[in-house]
Design a protein around this ligand. Structure first.
Ligand SMILES: Nc1ncnc2c1ncn2[C@@H]1O[C@H](COP(=O)(O)OP(=O)(O)OP(=O)(O)O)[C@@H](O)[C@H]1O
Ligand SMILES: [Mg+2]
Length: 221
């Protein structure tokens, strides 16, 4: 489903050239759960941002669900992003004045009409699925960190993305709550959701079907 060929990302900053990704080849199939590991600065987030069409490679080709996205302009990329990509970040980024249900529904505003249909019912179903069926109308300041992260995961799935991308989804959580979040990702994957997750923690990565290790912008294992 995701195919990257010789993807490089080069940053130029005051006289310095940083090769964040160095001719990376990577294929991820539908239904896979892939973990990305590697030390700080090795290119993991850069990779995830390119996979999520949040950022463009300097060179190389990227095909997402059959479409070559490497040459698309910003408008076309944001459309792909809204329709095909779900994102979960380490800091939860819920909107503080909206309830759990309203937060989950925010991405519907940017989706195609076909995806908007039935959105509220889907949002409720997702909140049930992540164990928050009793918390639909709670505000972010009335929920725990793990509950907020589960709302963020439900939100990332509202537009039925082809792939869920998660950058350190358990990074701010204690270990019991981290396990709940990882169990949720595993069960979503068992339901067919394709997932790519960046993590520093080997015991979190172990839950994925495959782990890719980055070093200095290259895949080393
Ligand atoms: N906007 C930018 N401008 C210049 N350099 C950047 C930029 N973004 C990232 N880099 C550099 O690219 C390299 C890869 O960064 P990246 O954020 O992908 O690392 P990472 O593996 O996610 O690290 P961490 O584990 O700390 O999150 C780093 O050397 C970083 O300093
Ligand atoms: Mg990072």
């Amino acid at each position: 489903m995701l195919e990257l060929t010789k993807i490089s990302k080069i940053y130029q900053t005051q006289g310095e050239t940083i090769t964040a990704l160095d001719a990376v080849d990577l294929t991820i199939d539908t239904g896979e759960f892939v973990a990305i590991m590697g030390r700080s600065g090795s290119g993991k987030s850069t990779m995830l941002n390119i996979l999520g069409c949040m950022d463009k490679p300097t060179s190389g080709h990227y095909t997402l669900a059959g479409q070559d996205v490497s040459s698309l302009d910003d408008d076309a990329l944001s459309k792909i992003r809204n329709d095909h990509i779900g994102f979960v970040f380490q800091g939860f980024h819920l909107l503080p004045r909206l309830s759990a249900l309203e937060n989950v529904m925010v991405p519907l505003r940017f989706a195609s009409p076909a995806k908007q249909r039935g959105g509220e019912e889907r949002a409720k179903d997702l909140l049930h699925q992540v164990g928050l069926g009793e918390r639909l109308h709670h505000m972010p300041n009335e929920m725990s960190g793990g509950q907020i992260q589960r709302v963020a995961i439900a939100r990332s799935l509202i537009n039925q993305p082809a792939v869920l991308l998660a950058d350190e989804p358990t990074g701010n959580l204690d270990s019991a709550i981290s396990q709940q979040i990882i169990d949720l990702l595993v069960s979503l994957n068992q339901g067919g959701q394709t997932i790519v997750m960046v993590t520093h923690e080997p015991d979190i990565a172990e839950n994925a079907g495959r782990t890719i290790h980055f070093l200095d912008g290259k895949i080393i294992a």
